[in-house]
Design a protein around this ligand. Structure first.
Ligand code: FES
Length: 283
């Protein structure tokens, strides 16, 4: 299984179709608010894993009810809930997929195809059940659950092995020692500019506005992009940094994400000035 997954990660022959789908998704979701909505920026958490709970739960429950006598109506209702409930999860998943790295997109493509087959089988199962052919509906449902389970396995591989949808910056905090770390003379820090420093080899982004200095981890929560090479912008009056890789935008005063694809905030770090020296520590 490991060998198969490794091959899939390196299957560059999937890139042509993947690139086309990626362009299609971006033209189908031209407005930034649409993409932010589906990423889960408003929630502060990726939306796709939240939305998949409904179809997975409903379909699994229907598969169990299909093995019990006298449960046709309940099972059909659950198949309907899972099938219609899968649609928003599919939309959120494709939206997240479009901003993944190439090897993640390859695995994500097969994950989406497997789940798409599962959804189609459940759609057919619902149709046959509603037309009274419950025996075929049950078989189609079990086949759909098998396909969706294969898709879920690849989804787990994407998240846990490949780090898709996972905050890429926060694990770096484990490499920062406890206590205050002197990083710069306050007077030497330029105002309204992005400055980077290292603490225990971990990049930290510093922004000074007069006497106020804020700091956050430099690597972007989305895919680890270098925020120190990003642009400054203002959103709703708040100064923000825009990640140079995929455009995630974070408030510099509190790390809040205002535009995706990151759905999580950027981790900020407490600062203080002692004898004119800026110090930073872990929260
Ligand atoms: S790495 Fe993707 S937005 Fe920063």
């Amino acid at each position: 299984m490991r060998a198969v997954l490794n091959k899939l990660e390196q299957a560059s022959q999937l890139d042509r179709v993947g690139d086309r789908i990626q362009r299609g998704i971006w033209s189908a979701l031209p407005r930034r608010w649409m993409r932010d909505l589906l990423h889960g920026v408003w929630l502060g958490h990726p939306l796709h894993p939240v939305l998949v709970q409904l179809p997975v739960g409903a379909w699994t429950a229907s598969a169990i009810l299909d093995m019990l006598p006298g449960q046709r109506r309940a099972s059909t209702a659950l198949v309907a809930v899972g099938t219609f409930g899968a649609v928003p999860a599919v939309l959120a998943g494709w939206n997240d997929w479009a901003s993944l790295s190439q090897s993640q997109r390859r695995v994500g493509l097969v994950h989406a195809v497997a789940n798409g087959i599962g959804l189609a089988l459940y759609g057919a199962s619902l149709g046959t059940r509603l037309s009274g052919r419950h025996g075929i509906g049950r078989i189609l449902g079990w086949a759909g659950l098998s396909a969706a389970s294969g898709g879920a396995f690849l989804g787990g591989h994407l998240a846990y092995k490949m780090g898709a949808g996972v905050n890429q910056a926060v694990p770096e905090m484990h490499r920062i020692d406890e206590g205050w770390h002197a990083v710069a003379d306050l007077g030497a820090l330029p105002e309204a500019s992005l400055v980077t420093r290292k603490i225990n080899d971990v990049g930290v982004l510093i922004y000074r506005d007069g006497e106020n200095v804020t700091a956050m981890l430099e690597h972007c929560a989305h895919q680890g992009g270098p925020l120190g090479a990003g642009d400054l912008t203002k959103v709703d009056g708040h100064v923000c940094v825009v990640c140079p890789w995929h455009g995630s935008t974070f408030r510099l005063d509190n790390g809040e994400v205002v535009h995706g694809p990151s759905a999580t905030d950027q981790q900020t770090l407490p600062t203080r000035t002692m004898g004119g020296v800026l110090e930073i520590r872990l929260p």
